[in-house]
Ligand binder design. Structure first.
Ligand code: C5P
Length: 310
């Protein structure tokens, strides 16, 4: 393991607390995509993206314990998430393979972020695992090295090393932090059925001319919710609607409450509203719960803020 960090960026923090040297509690935030344009096909089979991601205070929780054998264990409250394919295990294994610490880890994962939603829950769990184990395993790798490990796990993982907001390009793994002028209040709504990312990309038609991100760049810099609401864009919304028409009902129910703007996030199926303040967010959430589009479960409506706050 290289100990020469003189020319590297400072290690990234992890959003949690370390206890008694060998245990940590960490929070893994969800994200929404305020802007997502697909600008081309890539030779590796992925798509070229220009997307603005924003982390929000809807979390999964991870309890990590360092153990003396070099093994990785996972307990999860959601039995549908297999251990071998879980991105927490992949992240821990990738970090272990690169730095060979003398320890292993057991992780207890409590899921709150809905699955197949475009909210980045699995990617965030993976990034949070990297940040927390970087500390617990006393690796102290700088952020640029963690970003390389993150990119090997999934396209969205590197973003979660640098919330709250960042422009992500390439397949999503090239991350440029975007100063957010002001906290944002949002409402997230997850319809009963999810979307598979690969299926959404298969149904995508590339635009003849990609949408410019200029208006969103200016709006997010100022942190003006009304401007951000007008500049929202998601190229994956149309293909996701073909696969899961109930997304249209959810978008309509949100629009009926007249927030600053409404869009689907990532490859769906969750949708969100950008609101002008917390009061408006609470009103929008109440209206959507009442309308119950597509047999929506009331607990699948979340009032959130951008996170961590600036
Ligand atoms: O990287 P990740 O595992 O999150 O991607 C899931 C799937 O989404 C990929 O297998 C690919 O089909 C699609 N994808 C894409 N272009 C991207 C990101 C994801 O085509 N930039």
């Amino acid at each position: 393991m290289s100990r020469d960090r003189r020319h590297s960026e400072a290690p990234a923090p992890f959003w949690g607390r370390r206890f008694r040297d060998h245990a940590a509690l960490a929070w893994a935030p969800a994200k929404v995509n305020l802007f997502l344009e697909v600008t081309g096909h890539r030779d590796d089979g992925y798509h070229e993206l220009e997307t603005l991601m924003l982390a929000v205070d809807l979390y999964d929780m991870l309890e990590l314990s360092r153990i003396d054998e070099p093994a990785i264990g996972l307990n999860c409250n959601d039995p549908s998430l297999g251990n071998d394919t879980n991105l927490v295990v992949k992240a821990a294994a990738a970090l272990h393979a690169r730095y060979s610490p003398e320890w292993g880890a057991v992780v207890r994962l409590t899921k709150k972020i809905p699955l197949q939603a475009g909210l980045g829950g699995g990617s965030s769990d993976a990034a949070t695992t990297l940040l927390a184990l970087n500390d617990l395993w006393e690796i102290h790798a700088p952020r640029e090295e963690l970003s390389e490990v993150a990119a090997s796990i999934g396209s969205d993982v590197a973003f979660f090393l640098q919330p709250p907001a960042a422009w992500c390009t390439g397949r999503g793994e090239t991350v440029e932090p975007a100063p957010l002028g002001q906290e944002l209040d949002l409402v997230i709504v997850k319809p009963p059925h999810g979307c598979t990312t690969a299926a959404v990309y298969e149904n995508l038609s590339l635009p003849d001319s990609p949408r410019s991100a200029d208006a969103m760049r200016k709006a997010v810099h100022r942190g003006n919710a009304s401007e951000i609401g007008r500049a929202l864009h998601n190229r994956l919304e149309a293909p996701a609607l073909k696969i899961q028409p109930e997304i249209a009902d959810v978008l309509r129910a949100l629009q009926a409450e007249k927030p600053a703007g409404v869009r689907m996030t990532g490859s769906g199926s969750a949708c969100f509203a950008v609101c002008r303040d917390r009061r408006e967010a609470l009103r929008v959430a109440a209206g959507v719960r009442e309308a119950a589009p597509a047999d929506l479960a009331p607990e699948m409506v979340f009032v959130v803020k951008s996170w961590p706050t600036v």
